[in-house]
Design a protein around this ligand. Structure first.
Ligand SMILES: [Zn+2]
Length: 90
């Protein structure tokens, strides 16, 4: 069976991740060094559903929120800043 992607309204995108040889990260001046020793601080994040651009909640986010799921990020004072943990106010 051959699918008619145009009729289905199928859209796809590609996201490419590539480590670049730079002196700083893309959105701040922190060093891009990847550390592996014990972290100096932890950031614990809770899933919190917010309305998307189309006025709807992300179904996957709602499921994770209902589970009470969290994510813990590890950080270092010399290579991580508020940009990286989404805490920078403009
Ligand atoms: Zn930074």
């Amino acid at each position: 069976m051959k699918l008619n992607y145009e009729k289905l309204g199928f859209k796809a995108g590609i996201e490419i991740h590539q480590e670049l040889l730079t002196n700083s990260k893309l959105f701040c001046l922190c060093s891009p060094i990847l550390k592996t020793d014990d972290p100096e601080f932890l950031v614990k994040r809770y899933f919190r559903p917010v309305l998307g651009e189309m006025g709807k909640y992300d179904e996957a986010m709602l499921v994770e929120y209902e589970k009470g799921r969290t994510i813990v990020y590890e950080g270092f004072n010399d290579v991580n800043c508020t940009y990286e943990i989404d805490e920078t106010c403009m």
